[in-house]
Write a protein that binds this ligand. Sequence first.
Ligand code: ADP
Length: 383
Amino acid sequence: MTRAFLVLNAGSSSIKYAVYTTDSKKMFSGQVDRIGLGPAYNDGTEEIALPVARDATHATILDWLLPHIEGLSDTLNIVGAGHRVVHGGRDFAAPARVTEDVIAKLQTLAPLAPGHQPHNLAGIKAVDRRWPGIPQVACFDTAFHRTQPRIAQLFAIPRALADDGVLRYGFHGLSYHYISTQLPHCLDRPNGKVIVAHLGNGASMCAMQNMKSVATTMGYTALDGLVMGRRCGELDPGVIFHMLRDRGMTVAEIEDTLGTKSGLLGVSDISSDMRDLLSSDSPAAAEAVDLFVYQACKKIGALAATLGGLDAIVFTGGIGENSAAIRGRILQGCAWLGADIDDAANTAGATRITTDGSRLAAHVIATDEEGIIAGETQRLIAE
Ligand code: ADP
């Protein structure tokens, strides 16, 4: 039998999984997409509609998925599981072994990440139903940012609120953790001043020094910062009062508007998907892309100021890894920081996409959140 760890990344509309040997070698992976709209399973070899209701819950889908994964190999022995958990609040600055107490704490954070945290916890509970008592590890998207100085975490609101935990937590930490492990392989000065831009459906940036997070664009929730596929990013809180008071919107309607109907989708009125917008000839699509690039350049300026300079930018995430056009436009906006783009390298998707003489280096690194979870799961279970 092959002793293996299951890694689960349960999001709002998809559940990604990967199976690793106990020495962290990836065996296989796959995902269920279109949750809520008629879920479909795909692992690169087969694509199947799930034998569940169109609007099946995450729990129902997981109760189908986990036996399916186990059945993919006759010799598989799942001995532990690692989970991506979006919010670890103040208590979790590192991955944690799952206990009843840990689950109870994570449940209290669900209102801060309503689109993710309940699904992350559904994954933990489903694993326990399938393989009762196996060790499980929760890896947090917030944990990597706990090294930030207090000043980077504070909002300018009454002290008592900050004391109660209303702070800038930041997210995408598993991705940033992975990228930080790759910096020594790519950069001349990995300990220098680096901005990592994770640009996917969710998008954020992290300023790093000595490969640790010192500032980030997301906040108390994952709504703040950059323009995202469906999330608004930076917003004057006065807009929320206007929606409440003058437009009679409920809190749930506002949450839905800012969390799922804004961003690229809201501005373009066409799609949340960058590929659709780049191939559209609609002026609104062009404006959404322009705003995405504008806000990205603005945040790079702000993060470079917190670092007191900038040596390198790293692009990752679906847009960062795949769109030469968006990388090129963002780097044009960084000419003042010394970026000199190597157009051929950028178009070819090379690792380094600035010229040898460029004062600011820019790199493309594919992220691997599942790999980080597998490694941390192995480490904690071995302990
Ligand atoms: P998630 O945050 O859900 O993990 P991804 O990191 O997969 O999302 O990023 C999805 C985004 O990446 C979508 O906006 C998609 O259009 C974009 N993307 C993927 N490939 C390309 C490409 N070749 N050009 C432009 N955008 C791309």
